[in-house]
Design a protein around this ligand. Structure first.
Ligand code: NAP
Length: 349
C-alpha cells in the first residue's frame, strides 16, 4: 500500500478525496492537513461533512495536522492537494522537496516542467518530471490536473482532435456552485438567479485546453493550433458542470462518425485498467433532453463525461454542436488527481 496525505482535507474537494480513497486498493490515507483552525482536532470534529455518503470510519479519529512538511507523517509518499491557490503556490513546492504532490490548485498548472495532465489525453507530459526534479533539486515532484470545466471539455475534444482537423471551438458553461468551494457562492447570490462571471475561469479554459491538446517536445509544450473561446456562468446546481460546445472543423464530416469516435474513445488508463478509470471516458446519449446534471453527473462513478444533443451546426460551415455534463468535484477535481496518482504509481514510483 502507498500511504497518502490530503492537504485541504476538510474542504469541498478534500472530502471528495476521502470518499474516493476510502477502500482504494493501492492507497491508504494516513495523514490529513488543513488550516490552523482545524489542526490538532480529530477529523470528525474539525469538519462540516457535506457529502451524501457517510464520512468513512477510518478517517474520523485522524488528528488533522498543520499544512507543512514538518508536520506530515514521514511515511507518506503522495500528498493530494486541494488547497486554496494562493496558499498552494508556496506550500506545494515545500512538499515537493520530499513528496509526490498531486494538485488540484491552479498555482503551478502552467509552469515550465510541471505536468498538467489528464491521463486519457496527455500522459506523455509526465516525461517532464525528471527535468522538474533536476531543476529544483527535489526528491519529490508536482503534477497538476486542470480546472474542472476544462477537464470535461478536453476529454470530449480529444477523440475529435485526434481524428479531424479543428479550426475553432466555442464553449458556454453552466457551472455548479460546488465548484467555488463550500463558502464560495452565497445563497442570496445564486438562488433564483445565475451569475455570468467566474473570475479567471474563461482564461483558464482557453489556455489549459490548448496546452493539454498540444504536445510536449522534450523541452516545452507546443499548444494545439485551433482557436478557442469560452464564456463561463455560475448556475444554481449543486454538483455537475454543463457545457454547450460548438466545433468548427476544416473539412466536411459525417455526424455519425463524430458520435462513433467519441463513444468508442479509450486511452491509457483503460488499457492499464487503473482503478479509477471509467470504462468509457465519454458516454454519448441519444435522448433529446440529456445530459442533465442531476441524472448524468455520476456516470462512471463520476469519472465519465456525458455528451448529448450532438447535431450539425447550421450557422457556419463544417460545424457541429453538443452539450456535455461532467462531475466537477470528482472528474473535475479529486478524481482527476487520484487518477493522475494511479498512473504515476503504475509508471513512475
Ligand atoms: P474549500 O471547500 O474552501 O476548502 C479549502 C480547504 O483548504 C479547507 O480544508 C481549508 O481548511 C484549507 N485551507 C484554507 N486556508 C488554508 C490555509 N491558510 N492553510 C492551510 N489550509 C487552508 O475549497 P475547495 O472547493 O475544496 O477547493 C480547493 C482547491 O481545489 C482550490 O484551489 C480550488 O480552486 C481547487 N478546485 C476546486 C474544484 C471544485 O469543484 N470545488 C475543482 C477544481 C479545483 P479549514 O477547513 O481548516 O479552513
Amino acid at each position: 500500500m502507498v500511504n497518502v496525505g490530503i492537504l485541504g482535507a476538510t474542504g469541498m474537494v478534500g472530502q471528495r478525496f476521502i470518499q474516493l480513497l476510502d477502500n482504494h486498493p493501492d492507497f491508504e490515507i494516513t495523514a490529513l492537513a488543513a488550516s490552523s483552525r482545524s489542526a490538532g482536532k480529530k477529523y470528525v470534529d474539525a469538519t462540516t461533512w457535506y457529502l451524501n455518503e457517510e464520512m468513512p470510519e477510518s478517517v474520523k479519529d485522524i488528528v488533522v495536522c498543520e499544512t507543512n512538511p514538518e508536520d506530515m507523517d514521514n511515511d507518506v509518499d503522495i500528498v493530494f492537494s486541494s488547497l486554496p491557490t494562493e496558499f498552494a503556490a508556496k506550500v506545494e513546492k515545500d512538499f515537493a522537496k520530499d513528496y509526490v504532490v498531486a494538485s488540484n490548485a491552479s498555482a503551478h498548472r502552467m509552469k515550465k516542467n510541471i505536468p498538467l495532465v489528464i491521463p486519457e489525453v496527455n500522459p506523455q507530459f509526465l516525461d517532464m518530471i525528471d527535468l522538474q526534479q533536476k531543476e529544483n533539486n527535489w526528491d519529490g515532484f508536482i503534477v497538476t490536473n486542470p480546472n474542472c470545466s476544462t477537464i470535461a471539455l478536453t476529454l470530449t475534444l480529444k477523440p475529435i482532435v485526434d481524428n479531424f482537423s479543428v479550426n475553432a471551438i466555442r464553449v458556454s458553461t453552466m457551472q455548479a456552485i460546488s465548484g467555488a468551494g463550500y463558502n464560495g457562492v452565497p445563497s442570496m447570490a445564486i438562488l433564483d438567479n445565475l451569475v455570468p462571471y467566474i473570475g479567471s475561469e474563461e482564461e483558464k479554459m482557453e489556455s489549459e485546453t490548448l496546452h493539454l491538446l498540444g504536445d510536449y517536445d522534450g523541452e516545452k509544450v507546443v499548444n494545439a493550433d485551433f482557436k478557442l473561446s469560452a464564456s463561463c456562468h455560475r448556475v444554481p446546481v449543486i454538483d455537475g458542470h454543463t457545457e454547450a460546445v460548438f466545433v468548427e472543423l476544416d473539412d466536411e464530416f459525417d455526424i455519425d462518425d463524430i458520435k462513433d469516435k467519441m463513444s468508442s474513445f479509450k486511452a491509457l488508463p483503460q488499457e492499464l485498467n487503473l482503478y479509477s478509470a471509467p470504462e468509457n471516458p465519454v458516454i454519448v446519449k441519444d435522448e433529446m433532453d440529456r445530459p442533465q446534471p442531476r441524472m448524468d453527473r455520476n456516470a462512471g462513478n463520476g469519472m465519465s463525461v456525458t455528451v448529448g444533443r450532438l447535431r450539425k451546426e447550421q450557422a457556419f460551415d463544417n460545424g457541429f454542436k453538443y452539450v456535455l455534463v461532467g462531475h466537477n468535484t470528482i472528474r473535475g477535481a479529486a478524481g482527476a488527481s487520484v487518477l493522475n496518482a494511479e498512473l504515476i504509481n503504475e509508471r513512475i514510483l
